[in-house]
Write a protein that binds this ligand. Sequence first.
Ligand code: HEC
Length: 125
Amino acid sequence: MIRKHLATVVLAVLASSAMAQEAPYTVAEGNKVDAKTMKGWKTWRQAACERCHGAHQEGMVGPSLIDSLKAISKDEFMKTVLDGRAEKGMPPHPFLKGEKVDALYSYLKGRSDGKIGPERVQPME
Ligand code: HEC
C-alpha cells in the first residue's frame, strides 16, 4: 500500500518535471519569435537546408523535419547536422557548430511542434 503510494508520488514528480521542461523557442501569433529562434531561421536560409528538406521543412529529397523533430533528440539533431550522413545524402555542416546549430534547433522544433507557422518569421518587439 505504502509502496504503491510512493510510486504514484514518484510518477507525479517525473511527469511534472517533464512538463516543466521549457520549449527552446518563444513565439507569439505564429511568426513573431525571440532573437535565438530568429537566428535559427536565418541559419536555415543561409545553409539552404530547404534544397533538400523543402521550403516549409515538409521534406523533398531529405525527410520532413516536421516529422523528424518529433522523433529525434536534440543531440541526434546536432550530430546529424554537423557530421552529416554522407552515405545517405545528408551533407555535413561543420561551420554551423556552436550557436548556429543550437538556434536552428529552436526554429525547427517550433515548426515541428506546430507552434511556429510556415510563413516568414519576424523578431518579437
Ligand atoms: C543535399 C541534400 C541535403 C541538404 C542540403 C540537407 N539535408 Fe538533411 N538530410 C538529407 C537526407 C537525404 C537525409 C536522410 C538521411 C538518412 O536517410 O538517414 C537528411 C537527414 C536529416 C536529418 C535527420 C532526420 C531524421 O529523421 O533522422 C536532419 C535533422 C537534417 N537532415 C537536417 C538538415 C538541416 C538542418 C540542414 C541544413 C543545415 C540539412 N539537413 C541539409 C539531405 C539534405
